[in-house]
Design a protein around this ligand. Sequence first.
Ligand SMILES: *Cc1c(COP(=O)(O)O)cnc(C)c1O
Length: 410
Amino acid sequence: MALVNEYFLRLSNNYLFADIAKKVNAYKATHPKAHVISLGIGDVTRPLVPAVIEAMHKAVDEMAEKATFRGYGPERGYDFLREAIIKNDFLPRGIHLDPNEIFVNDGAKSDTGNIGDIVRWDNSVGITDPVYPVYIDSNCMIGRAGVQKDGKFSNITYMPATAENDFVPAIPDHRIDMIYLCYPNNPTGTVLTKEQLKKWVDFALKNDAIIFYDAAYEAFIREDNVPHSIYEIRGARKCAIEFHSYSKTAGFTGIRCGYTVIPKDVMATTLEGEKIPLNQLWDRRQCTKFNGTSYISQRAAEAIYTPEGKEQTKAVIDYYMGNADIMREALQQMGFEVFGGVNAPYLWVKTPNNTPSWKFFEQLLYGASIVCTPGVGFGPSGEGYVRFTAFGEREDCKEAMRRIYEWMHK
Ligand SMILES: *Cc1c(COP(=O)(O)O)cnc(C)c1O
């Protein structure tokens, strides 16, 4: 008799975006003439930039010739991409990495979800709340999260990030073995300064903990003193694994490419006290369970680092951040409390009069035909907030702001 992995049954039935779609469809059915604007889902809308398209066409042509055809690539990724990553994403910030500390992947979701394979199932876990759901769900699937009660898992420490603490979660007062941090943050759009991030690195070093640092929105940072990489902090090479993605940076949500950094100094300990480099274990894991990212996707990623590629991707990011500026200013003028949107393509908006997230979601849908994401869908501390994405069309963002204004002044 095959027994099921019952940890999967402990996952919450939290189909956030399916629940949203259901409510939007119900609204559309009863309001067939309404033009619904979605500021809900986190997908990008701009097409790939010309430099990327050109590189992909070229790579496809190479695949058509016997002399240049490529089959399986190196599991860690092609040298041309790993070298471009080191040279462009790290060296200018004074961070020296070896190509073997970079693992090219098919996007950050896979690696943030799978990285838990290489550490024991009974480590304790800390996550900021609200949070990108992958960190919790992947830990639940292998039994590390414990059991769920009142919307929280028993072996996870939830570290609230709310307006009350300026979205700077407090350092825990007890040991935690695995800490997930995502900055710039999804969903709140907020960041940590170097000084604030240093406290986490110091905590991890003191407790022999590992920080899993999700830097998927790094390219959207516009302010100084906001770290683009955790390795800008002294000591992080010994305690942090960092995840990058081209999904938001360059519109690769459909292409699939990113990378994970595991410095050779990051160790975890056996019960006997022996230190084991996690770089080795992850390499072993990838060689067994992953056969590399497609050559075409890796050539596409490489093209982002050419002078044209940099300029073109920056223009797209500026477009999205222009949306964020328009929405942030308009919402603030209307009297909303707005967070994020300065170094990230998300606005995290306090609902008026503490209206519950889902109730405000419905008010906005029925009052202005606008879709947002209820904050509580990202965790208990998201209650009383909604998220707006800046990944939409400029005209839609402007129209959405006009509608919210009219709705509020009815
Ligand atoms: C979008 C996103 C990612 C990237 O996912 P991909 O698998 O690379 O598309 C990673 N982390 C967070 C927090 C995200 O929002």
